[in-house]
Design a protein around this ligand. Sequence first.
Ligand SMILES: Nc1nc2c(ncn2[C@@H]2O[C@H](COP(=O)(O)OP(=O)(O)OP(=O)(O)O)[C@@H](O)[C@H]2O)c(=O)[nH]1
Ligand SMILES: [Mg+2]
Length: 234
Amino acid sequence: MARDRAKPCELDQEKYDADDNVKIICLGDSAVGKSKLMERFLMDGFQPQQLSTYALTLYKHTAMVDGKTVLVDFWDTAGQERFQSMHASYYHKAHACIMVFDVQRKITYKNLSTWYTELREFRPEIPCVVVANKIDDRPVSCLLSTADMKMTQKSFNFARKFSLPLYFVSAADGTNVVKLFNDAIRLAVSYKQNSRDFMDEVLQELENINLKQEEEEEMPDKEQPGRIQSPSPS
Ligand SMILES: Nc1nc2c(ncn2[C@@H]2O[C@H](COP(=O)(O)OP(=O)(O)OP(=O)(O)O)[C@@H](O)[C@H]2O)c(=O)[nH]1
Ligand SMILES: [Mg+2]
């Protein structure tokens, strides 16, 4: 964020030149590591201080997808109970969702179903990925042992139940973070390009009408068909 704030002009230029833009939202209980994951991806850093997101932080990122510039808005919100039912505008026109839980705290895994139900109320069709964060806290070899693998599959079968991709990541050491975010961006772009979501079409239509009106207001002298033009002095 700080980086983007320091270069507002460049950002505007990028926005102007971008081939596309997408919105990706992040959901999950408080302290699962939503903000730290964004920090790791966007700034390649990790400050282990314990600051909860107050209400909403918007991170802007430019990505290249198949040779095209894509502007990505990452929306990060507080997962605290007092905010647990998100305002509808948080979901508004989102193209993908990253849903995070903490492998150390079972309750954050259990609460995924509440987050998922709310997500689907507002965005029934957008791609959603499930993220098991903080795998650095437990030995990775443990996750890979046969016995533990069974436990992992059994206890984390939420993703399988809803056919959602599952990523084991660590914001602290960076494991899988770049892959997670790059995949999420691709899913968002592909959803935006291919979706036949009715609400999206209606909203796009309204936006086009507004743009047309704005253009007409900006160009009042534009030649109107059938209008009589006074001869210009030669
Ligand atoms: N060990 C370890 N700690 C992590 C990891 N990711 C986050 N944390 C720690 O978990 C705590 C919460 O991280 P945040 O990113 O602030 O959590 P959040 O989901 O944004 O929380 P809210 O803003 O309250 O919703 C911090 O103390 C982080 O240092 C990780 O991958 N490994
Ligand atoms: Mg946060």
